[in-house]
Write a protein that binds this ligand. Structure first.
Ligand code: C2E
Ligand code: MG
Ligand code: MG
Length: 396
């Protein structure tokens, strides 16, 4: 269980005995340098010396400056320190503080009820190890728009596929195309590295086009080998402002051999449908042409209920935040249950994303969710691996 790296860790806890216990456990887990603070003020003083900190273990209820104020200061000072929140307070309160910390821009790697165990600390440390730059990643180097656009033109962007399976039968019914950049120096990069840049610079359509083409061809190929799946492609809201978008999507898909009835377009709900009229026109036209329309990450955006009624959606994907831990969190289970019921009353298909365990899979089956997607079934795979996975999966 010992870590390979030696970390600098700051433990902020007012209770002497509990603090000493945590320090002892951390020392058993590796040759880490552990600094101690009895409240937020002492912690800030330690950090203000410029001392490097790989992990901050933070209690909430402390005298002088409590954990909430400390988290606010960390966020405001833009100190990029991973934080593990520990507390004896009720779960709902700890989770609310976690959301608060994230809203302040703090990187929370985990929360833990007291008493803290060696296992939870070990998990936190292994998550920090995963965060260390790997050999093929240049730390800190950001990607420029120019090199990103060049890479799209050179066809370095690939669609990888993550299966969606039907609950009940367990059969594969679809796959979501997820963008990956096979960077010649930096290895395979995920959408977190380039989607926002492309959206903000007005160039997301270049990525969307290559994803649509690859997904249409791949899906036609699956059909040819006896797998009648539906393929899903992510669409940015930014694209919907242009009234010609629906026609160009249809052309790309049809020209590449796929009937639009076998393609779902996933749109993340947000309040900011700035150009509402052209967005509604595009979505209505796409639906008329036969495309499925999916609400992505349901529950994380705004004005969701209003949008559900004005766009002809066919599918709703519940955001993974509510799914992954639903077996342990009654509040999330309640949200799942009512979202599934609402989706069905609206005549839509319900998909749960982020299914990482058999327990959650069983729960979703019990709640009559239609389809699931998540690491418990499979992560996104390169096209060849996905093809092999399909051949091995239960037949339709
Ligand atoms: P999304 O559309 O909600 O896609 C699901 C994300 O969750 C994917 O991350 C997927 O790899 C990840 N995931 C799948 N199963 C699990 C699980 O069990 N647990 C956890 N924790 N995560 C899981 P990925 O590929 O990094 O994509 C992130 C987001 O980037 C996507 O979220 C989507 O919004 C965006 N994106 C991906 N490809 C494209 C694209 O071609 N165009 C646009 N505009 N956005 C894209
Ligand atoms: Mg999606
Ligand atoms: Mg999603």
């Amino acid at each position: 269980m010992r870590t390979d790296h030696a970390f600098d860790i700051l433990v902020v806890e007012d209770h002497d005995f509990q603090r000493r216990m945590i320090v002892r456990m951390l020392e058993r887990l590796g040759s880490h340098t552990v600094t101690q603070a009895a409240n937020g003020r002492e912690a800030l003083a330690a950090l203000s010396t410029g001392q490097w900190c790989d992990l901050l273990v933070c209690d909430l209820d402390m005298p002088e400056m409590d954990g909430l104020a400390l988290l606010r200061h960390l966020g405001e000072a833009r100190l990029d320190v991973p934080v593990m929140i520990i507390s004896g307070q009720p779960r709902a309160l700890i989770e609310s503080v976690e959301s608060m910390a994230r809203a302040y821009g703090v990187y929370v790697i985990g929360t833990c009820d007291k008493p803290v165990t060696e296992l939870t600390l070990a998990e936190a440390l292994s998550r920090i190890e995963e965060r260390l730059p790997s050999d093929n990643e240049v730390p800190g180097a950001t990607l420029t728009l120019e090199e990103t656009l060049d890479a799209i033109a050179r066809a370095e962007f690939e669609a990888w596929y993550q299966p969606k399976i039907a609950l009940g039968s367990g059969k594969a019914v679809g796959a979501e195309a997820l963008a990956r950049w096979r960077h010649p120096q930096r290895g395979v990069l995920g959408p977190g590295m380039f989607v926002a840049l492309l959206e903000q610079s007005g160039h997301i359509d270049e990525l969307t086009a290559t994803m649509l083409v690859q997904a249409a061809r791949a899906c036609a190929q699956w059909h040819a080998t006896g797998h009648p799946l539906v393929v899903s492609v992510n669409i940015s809201l930014a694209s919907l402002g242009n009234a010609a978008f629906a026609d160009s999507v249809t052309r790309l898909v049809v020209e590449n051999g796929l009937d639009p009835a076998y393609m779902n377009l996933e749109i993340t709900e947000t309040a900011a449908m700035a150009d509402l009229a052209p967005a509604l026109e595009n979505l209505a036209r796409l639906r008329m042409r036969g495309f499925g329309l999916s609400v992505d990450d349901y529950g994380t955006g705004f004005s969701n209920l209003r949008q559900l009624t004005r766009v002809p959606f066919t599918e709703l994907k519940i955001a993974q935040n509510f799914v992954t831990d639903a077996a342990e969190r009654p509040a999330h289970r309640a949200i799942l249950k009512s979202s599934i019921e609402m989706t069905h009353s609206l005549g839509m298909t319900c998909v749960a994303e982020g299914v990482e365990s058999a327990a959650v899979l069983d729960l979703l089956e019990e709640l009559a969710c239609d389809q699931v997607q998540g690491y418990h079934i499979a992560a996104a795979m390169e096209p060849e691996d996905f093809g092999r996975w399909l051949d091995d999966a239960p037949r339709h």
